[in-house]
Design a protein around this ligand. Sequence first.
Ligand code: ADP
Length: 394
Amino acid sequence: MGDVKLENVTKRYEDVTAVDNMNIQIHDGEFVCLVGPSGCGKSTTMEMVAGLTMPTEGTVHIAGREVTNLPPKDRGVAMVFQNIALFPHMDVYDNISFGLRLRNFEKDEIDRRVDKAAEVVQLEGMLDRMPDEMSGGQRQRVAIARAIVRQPDVFLMDEPLANLDAKLRVHMRTELQRLHKDLETTVIYVTHDQAEAMTMSDRIAIIDGGQLQQIDPPLECYNQPANLFVAGFIGSPSMNFVEGEVTENGFTSEYMDVEFDPSNYGVSAGDKVTLGVRPEDIYPAESGRSISSPTGEIRTKTDVIEPMGDEIFIYLLLSEEVETDLEDPAASNQLLISVPPDSDVEEDQDMSVVLDRNKIHLFDTESGQAIEHSLVASPAASGASGTSGAESDD
Ligand code: ADP
């Protein structure tokens, strides 16, 4: 049983609180990614599970046993790190079996485990190669095989693919998922790459400032982000945010209004809210007619156009001059939308757009907490909203 529980875990380094009262429960066999920006506390959290760092407060349980103060070797965990540390003078067999030989396992048992692990990571036939005769991806597979032969309750992986080139990373991503399917062992995986987290995880734990923001399946984090941080972090390109205020009839801001019945969402006139909408949920007005609940039209002007091959990103301006603030994306007058690759668009042309009401998120601007993820979530709201909706106020 490889379940892992962090209870009220805090780690302080003098004046830095690296991890702040973390509570996470990971089930046996789950693949959980810890994601967040650099310095948010991912590695420190992982190190406390591994036993490389002791918490200042709180407890760590693995497989139902408290391990808070146990050394790494007594925790039933195996680790794979970003920097692949193979012994350069040992061949693949010796590298994979090193830990088992150190623990005086029988030769037959070592051979059996090495063969099985080599099969899982597809290194059969390469056991006598030296590390300098192998590619980066193959060396990383040796490191993974070395973890597999330990037969741990839990695999801990800290950015194991970060040093590989982009193509190999995508390939190894699939291999790790296959490995997890085969071994059914709990995996805790640290990454700053949200694409990795989205594709591999059963659940994603999003961390910011040492605090857990949300832990949920990837699509739930995408569709129902708990707060502004998660909404902005998960999804590339990022969700559009517009700061404004609740009125008697919905939402108003400097450049756009969206009509809805505030009483359906527990907000009232005067409340400061931030509206969030993903690039794929904004449509040029004519194509937006096909969606079930568009807002009214919002007048914009196209600015930069980025053809990506499978889609086109269009930066739209809600007023004449560009106003951007990297620190506060919600204060910008831009909307980023994604349209099909065959769309006929040019820079500096007028374009009216509509938002898909079903996909509009509302957040409390001050606390950042999500209020609602669909403005037609309840039948009452859907009946009240109609299609007359928003209007440009420029
Ligand atoms: P992440 O893995 O998300 O990039 P870390 O867990 O490495 O973040 O670090 C979280 C915070 O704790 C950072 O501010 C970092 O500078 C600090 N920190 C980590 N390890 C130490 C340490 N050994 N001594 C002092 N500060 C540390």
